[in-house]
Design a protein around this ligand. Structure first.
Ligand code: TUI
Length: 316
């Protein structure tokens, strides 16, 4: 079943495709479906308490015995406790986001965990490599949710040059063309988020899925730059309101009051107007709801088709 070397061997998966850890979206249903489909499924711990994460790990293990991971958002007040949970539950793979995971590296490595920090700069990539990371996800600013400044096209080759561990590209990748491009930039795998929001197994309210499917290339916006934690989402009434308040110098407190609970509102309640529809720019490439395994096959097959046609074009 194995089709690619490197990252697939490291992670014990069939396709070099990782599902992004998306707050509220990536619960055990989606992660299990992705892992069962030959990719790497991740449960997003986001800002949830440690006990919730433990429950998710148990639920996933009832459905599949394939490798999976937990994505730990380091700004979470529960990050320390969740690290204890993943170690005690012997979760094989841990991804981190929104911070530097170096202080947790020794405990994770001692437990035999494979650690894959998500980074948005080559500086952090080098730091986490030095601390013992097994691979990094280089996430460009086309991604949804909390983002850095540098685009995938520029970030990936610079991170590839900066470190010796395998680099997984993320941000703007939703099909075989994007995946093939990432491999040409030196990536050994891809992480895909936005396209999995519309996976059949993703417990996401239909209005959110519908907005992702309807979105075009110009339909995302970045809010919260002034907070130091910019976030990309689909344009809607909430984001227009926030953008207009940002122009009028809103305070951090006002921003937080407007934002609190809005991701849950989108994912769980299906409020597409006043919920946070976090999404990458690749929403414009997402055209239908599909089972996760079909999404993975489509990306893998699409990537092969690109390589075949380019080989023909270049004559070798
Ligand atoms: O983490 C993500 N994506 C996320 S986290 C999230 S929850 C959240 N919501 C509102 C505000 C903030 C978080 C939604 N989406 N992707 C990985 C990622 N990590 N993107 C950017 C970074 C990052 C940024 C700065 C990682 C490290 C960093 O600096 C850390 C340091 O100490 O150098």
């Amino acid at each position: 079943m194995k089709e690619y070397k490197d990252i697939t061997e490291l992670l014990g998966i069939c396709y070099p495709i990782v599902q992004g850890g998306m707050a509220w979206v990536s619960d055990f249903h989606l992660a299990a479906a992705v892992s069962a489909g030959g990719g790497l499924g991740l449960i997003a711990a986001a800002s949830a308490p440690a006990d919730w994460v433990r429950g998710q790990i148990h639920a996933l293990r009832k459905i599949t015995d394939k490798p999976f991971g937990v994505n730990i958002m380091l700004m979470s007040p529960f990050a320390d406790e969740i690290m204890q949970v993943v170690v005690s539950e012997k979760v094989p793979i841990v991804a981190t986001g929104a911070g530097n995971p170096s202080k947790y590296m020794d405990m994770l490595k001692e437990a035999g965990t494979i650690v894959i920090p998500v980074v948005a700069s080559s500086t952090l990539a080098k730091r986490v490599e030095r601390a013992g990371a097994d691979a990094v996800v280089a996430e460009g600013s086309e991604a949804g949710g909390h983002i850095g400044e540098t685009t995938t096209m520029n970030l990936v080759p610079q991170v590839v040059d900066a470190v010796s561990i395998p680099v997984i590209a993320a941000g703007g990748i939703a099909d075989g063309r994007g995946a093939a491009a990432a491999f040409l930039l030196g990536a050994k795998g891809v992480q895909v988020g936005t396209r999995f929001i519309v996976a059949k197994e993703a417990n996401v309210a239909q209005p959110y899925k519908d907005r992702v499917i309807a979105a075009g290339d110009n339909d995302t916006v970045v809010t919260g730059r002034f907070t130091g934690h910019p976030v990309r989402s689909l344009k809607n009434k909430l984001m227009r309101e926030i953008l207009s308040q940002e122009k009028k110098d809103m305070s951090l407190e006002e921003f937080e009051t407007l934002m609190i609970g809005t991701l849950r509102k989108a994912v769980v309640e299906g409020d597409a107007d006043y919920g946070s529809l976090m999404s990458g720019q690749s929403a414009g490439l997402v055209t239908k709801e599909q089972p996760a395994a079909e999404i993975i096959r489509d990306i893998a097959e699409g990537m092969k088709a690109v390589y075949r046609s380019k080989a023909a074009y270049f004559g070798d």
